[in-house]
Design a protein around this ligand. Structure first.
Ligand code: G3P
Ligand code: CA
Length: 388
């Protein structure tokens, strides 16, 4: 819970001052941007701002909203099936606690890896919630109501068939953006999730960068293993994206001197770290506040994006949410936030729970850009007169 809140809005980042100053730069005009290339719209867990995350329904809606890519977070079931869900445990999106109460682990969680696919298919999926003193509290109160309608967990294969099926029936070419969740945890449980993800991707025709696919992970050592060993073995060459976390989130835990500690992610944002990442990845996926900084008391767009671009790395930050209370302080609208990151930071893509809003913003930006271009037909008449 702490991590979730921290990832959505961090009090430690002095948003107030930071955004106030950065927003002093005019943002509304697309002409301000360094590039008119349109960033890619990545539907984060589907159109998760409107329907329960990672359900096939949320993916179909994201598809209809014309996301460029649709994200899949992946974990393994007990019998080795890839399940599309955000966490290794099921507590916050399913009725597992009431359906299989005896299967709780000592830490209070119900782990997907303790259930077969047949059992997972018995679960109902809901909009995300937290449990407090026996009560379920929606994480986003304005979103789809808890426990309404009927949703299920799905396998990676089911989702790929949905997207490929829509690509066929609608004629678009929407891409996929799978994330391998907690590969070290899966390995400790005796399963190799990365090999399984690659095998399924290959089976469905995703082999290299000619297909619309990015493969993401927070685990740098795993991505290096995929790059150096697994992909060559499977004759694949997919574009990899290194996700960057704040170390204190505990996204990856490692054993040091016999104690579990948080993995230190800070190296990834250094010059040398980016150079190292560029040897095995095609892009980085930072938390979006990481792209702004405060130097000499003057907050500004920092150097991370520019340095990544100089090394040929794409920059795809997460996660842009339009819900009330999810905007950083002093950003007054979702469009203002998009303008900042698209026109000032110059990101190459962004993860969003609201793909329709990002698509609408980009369309409006494109229209403005077109209408403000000076052409012989929209020049003022006197501009055509010969000058003395
Ligand atoms: O994968 C990009 C973004 O989704 C990372 O955060 O925790 O939502 O998977 P998370
Ligand atoms: Ca993800």
């Amino acid at each position: 819970m702490f991590r979730r809140l921290h990832k959505t809005l961090s009090p430690s980042h002095c948003w107030c001052a930071l955004f106030a100053l950065v927003l002093a730069i005019p943002l509304s005009s697309p002409a301000v941007g360094k590039s008119h290339t349109s960033p890619i719209v990545i539907a984060h867990r589907g159109a998760s701002g409107y329907l329960p995350e990672h359900t096939l329904e949320a993916k179909a809606l994201a598809y209809g909203m014309r996301a460029d890519f649709i994200e899949q977070d992946l974990v393994l079931s007990k019998d080795g099936h890839l399940i599309v869900t955000h966490d290794i445990y099921l507590d916050g999106v399913t009725d597992v606690a009431s359906r299989f109460p005896e299967r709780v682990r000592d830490d209070g969680h119900f782990y997907a890896i303790d259930f077969t696919l047949e059992e997972l298919k018995q679960l109902r999926v809901s909009e995300t919630f937290a449990s407090h003193l026996g009560l379920q509290v929606p994480k986003y109160p304005e979103r789809f109501p808890l426990w309404k309608s009927s949703f299920q967990l799905s396998t990676f294969e089911e989702e790929l068939e949905l997207i490929q099926g829509l690509n066929k029936s609608l004629g678009y070419n929407t891409g996929i953006y799978p994330e391998i969740k907690k590969p070290a945890f899966h390995r400790r449980e005796g399963l190799d999730i990365s090999r399984k993800v690659l095998e399924v991707l290959k089976q469905y025709g995703y082999i290299n960068s000619q297909q619309k696919v990015f493969l993401q992970c927070f685990d740098a050592e795993e991505l290096q293993h995929i790059h150096a060993t697994l992909m060559p073995e499977l004759d694949m060459d997919l574009p990899l994206v290194q996700l960057i976390a704040e170390s204190q989130w505990g996204e990856k835990r490692i054993k040091r001197d016999g104690k579990w500690v948080n993995y230190d992610y800070d190296w990834m944002r250094t010059e040398k770290g980016l150079e190292r990442i560029a040897q095995y990845a095609s892009g980085i996926g930072p938390w979006y506040p990481m792209l702004l900084d405060s130097s000499d008391g003057a907050p500004a767009v920092n150097e991370l994006t520019r340095k990544a671009h100089a090394l040929g790395l794409k920059v795809h930050p997460y996660t842009f949410r339009a819900d009330a209370g999810q905007l950083p302080a002093n950003v007054t609208s979702f469009d203002g936030l998009l303008a900042l990151y698209i026109n000032q930071v110059s990101v190459d893509g962004l993860f969003t729970d609201h793909p329709d809003k990002v698509r609408a913003y980009l369309q409006q930006r494109e229209n403005t850009s077109r209408s403000t271009k000076v052409t012989p037909t929209n020049q003022a008449p006197e501009d055509n007169y010969p000058k003395d």
